[in-house]
Design a protein around this ligand. Sequence first.
Ligand code: GRG
Length: 288
Amino acid sequence: MTETAQAVEETLDRLLPSGGGPEARVFEAMRYACLGGGKRLRPFLVMAGAELFGVPRARALRAAAAVELVHCYSLVHDDLPAMDDDELRRGRPTTHIEYDEATAVLAGDGLLTLAFEVLADPATHDEADVRCRLVTALAQASGARGMVGGQMYDLAAEDRALDLDQISRLQDMKTGQLFNFSCEAGAILGGASKKEHDALLAYSRSLGLAFQIADDLLDFEGSEDEVGKKVGKDADAGKATFVSILGAEEARNKAKALVDKAVSHLEFYCEKADLLRDVARFVIERRT
Ligand code: GRG
C-alpha cells in the first residue's frame, strides 16, 4: 500500500494544476486537499484489480488518480460548514479552514471535473469506448444515484431512526459506489469477461459495507490523534449507525463476516487475487 500510495501521489502531483495567475489559489487548494495524506485505499483497489488483467501500470495509475480526485472532492465538500462542519481532516486543517469556504467549494469542483478529464484522455486507454465506459461508471458512482444521493440521504436522516436495511442502502450509495468503481476500473481497462467483472463487484459490495462498519467503529471508539479527524460525531448528531443499532461487538462480528464473504467471491481468481484478500482484512483492522 505504501508503494502504491507513493506512485499515486506522484501521478496526482503531475495531473493537478499548478502555476501563477489570479486562479492560482484554487490550484493550491486542490493540491492541498489531495496531496500528502490519506490511505489511498480506493487507488489501491484500482491497482490490485488492474493487476489481475495485466493492465499497463501507467493506465491503471490514471484511473486510480481519478477515483482519488473524486474522493478528495467529496471530503472537501463534506467538511464544509453547510455539511459536516469539520475543522480537521487527515490530521490537518480542512480545506475551508486553511483557505476559505468559497475556495474550498471551487477546489472540490475543480477536483471532480479533473477526474473526468483524466479518464477521457487517450493516455488512459487508446480505445474511446473503454474511456467512455470508465467515465460513465465513475459518473454513476459519484452522482445523484450514487455518492451525492447517499450524502443527501445522510443529511435527511439526521435524527431519524433508520433501520439496518436503510443504513445499508445509504452507505452503499454514499461510500460503497466509489468502492465499486475502484474494483471494476481494472476490469474495464483490461477487457474482463462479465463473470470476472461480476466477481469483483460482488467482492466490492461486501467490502464497502465492511469498510463503513469499521468507519463507524472508529468514530465510536477511535481517538482523534489516530483517526486524524474529530471522532464521536455520529453519536453527537444522534445518527443511527451500524454501531448504534448492533452495538460494537456485533458490529465487529458483522464486519468480519462481510470480509469473509468478500474474500469468498475471489475464489475464481485463485492466488492472483491475494492482494485483494489482504486489503479486505486491512479494511477492518485499520486504526485510521
Ligand atoms: C459531499 C458529495 C459529497 C459527498 C460526501 C464520502 C462522503 C460523501 C463523505 C465523507 C464523510 C465520511 C467520513 C464518510 C465515511 C466514510 C469515508 C468516506 C471515510 C473517509 O475515507 P477514507 O478512510 O479516508 O478512505 P482517507 O483520508 O484515508 O482517504
